[in-house]
Design a protein around this ligand. Structure first.
Ligand SMILES: Nc1ncnc2c1ncn2[C@@H]1O[C@H](COP(=O)(O)OP(=O)(O)O)[C@@H](O)[C@H]1O
Ligand SMILES: [Mg+2]
Length: 369
């Protein structure tokens, strides 16, 4: 019996190459971007679960590009794992279930786009990192992900969100939002705006290094939050990296920097008690070790030299994105309370300040690896 009554999910369930009848489905996560459901099917008397996920076409206006990227990347990861003779491959790389007509996603009559993945069983994601061991696992998983994709053949992946981590463009967008101040919110955020503008000297550091050819463009995940790594329930080891919408050409630093942002503080990204927000050196060390260990087969010397700096840059960049969205009326990030984006921004900027206090030690540690 179908206990989850939502009609559209029943319709979605019929579109994919899944054998058996849907029994029930429940929301797994209604996040910033996607809507994710866990659906249980009866396949010849055995209950098997799948993930049905609605793509946010407000953010990803070309779902075909997103899914072409995801399909190429997951296929390549799988091939590499097969060649490496790994076991349990279906839990280590996402598997797309195609529609009956062989497409990687389904567009329904009202324009919603849905995709389906094999459900990774006996694994879970955590919102916040709970130990340096977990930080190590996550960093290793993202480093490995980049490493396995370093030789992806074929044309450049689509840029699903152009200039996603382009800090200069984000900085200009912030300046524009401050100037326009359409919601009359700039005065509430005056000290955050001042902080953001004062950091301008760091804005172009990586972009300039890219221009000079010191760091190469690679295939990166671009959303390396800790909650995008599935950890094995039994061993605590990282299995798979999920949330591949933003896989595209980028700098490895963006991925590592976002790990520093989401992993080194014991707090959630919207923590209200700023006294709790801080960069913990043991977490950073675990991240750096895990990442460098996995990425060392491809990482160039010059690329590595910017790894420690990346945390500050990306935490700052995401901070100004939250700030810009706050000023523009919360149109990009889903908010659950008034000032949510401003709270998120404050937590990011507090973390930037904490990183600055440790930056010499961070650099020294990465250089020692
Ligand atoms: N294939 C999968 N198997 C099991 N759980 C999954 C799978 N894909 C995603 N999830 C779970 O759903 C959550 C949300 O999926 P994700 O793709 O990260 O979307 P969002 O953009 O909302 O973060 C993940 O954090 C993970 O817990
Ligand atoms: Mg996610």
């Amino acid at each position: 019996m179908m206990t989850y009554k939502e009609e559209r999910l029943l319709d979605v369930s019929k579109q994919f190459q899944i054998y058996g009848e849907i029994q029930h489905a429940e929301p797994c996560k209604i996040g910033h971007i996607n809507e994710t459901y866990t659906a249980t099917y009866n396949q010849g008397g055995v209950l098997v679960r799948y993930i049905h996920q609605r793509i946010n076409t407000g953010v990803f206006q070309k779902p075909q590009d997103v899914m072409d990227n995801v399909a190429r990347v997951t296929r390549h990861l799988r091939q590499k794992l097969v060649v490496a003779d790994e076991d349990d491959i279906t839990r280590k790389a996402l598997v797309i279930i195609p529609t009956h007509s062989g497409k990687s996603y389904y567009r329904n009559h009202s324009g919603e786009c849905w995709r389906t993945f094999v459900f990774i069983e006996n694994a879970q994601t955590f919102e916040t990192v709970q130990s340096p061991e977990q930080a190590y696992e996550a960093a290793f998983a993202f480093g490995r992900f980049q490493c396995l994709l370093a030789d992806l053949p074929g044309k450049r992946l689509a840029e699903t969100i152009p200039d996603f981590h382009n800090t200069r463009k984000r900085f200009i967008a912030l300046q524009d939002a401050v100037r326009a101040d359409t919601r009359n919110r700039a005065k509430e955020a005056a000290s955050e705006i001042a902080f953001a503008l004062k950091q301008e000297p760091i804005v172009d550091v990586l972009l300039d290094a890219l221009k000079r050819g010191e760091v190469p463009e690679r295939i990166t995940h671009n959303d390396t939050k800790f909650n995008n790594v599935m950890l094995d329930n039994a061993t605590g080891k990282a299995l798979a990296v999920v949330d591949l919408d933003t896989v595209m050409p980028g700098l490895v630093h963006y991925d590592f920097g976002d790990m520093v942002r989401t992993t080194t503080s014991p707090t959630a990204e919207d923590e209200l008690d700023l006294s709790k927000v801080r960069m913990q050196m043991p977490m950073f060390k675990a991240l750096a070790r895990g990442y460098i260990e996995a990425a060392s087969p491809f990482l160039k010397k010059k690329e590595k030299s910017f790894i420690a700096f990346a945390g500050k840059l990306i935490t700052y960049t995401i901070g100004i994105r939250f700030l810009t969205d706050f000023l523009q009326g919360d149109t990009y990030f889903r908010v659950h309370r008034p000032h949510h984006n401003l709270d998120r921004c404050r937590a990011q900027f507090k973390l930037v300040e904490s990183i600055v206090k440790h930056e010499d030690a961070m650099q020294k540690y990465v250089d020692s690896l």
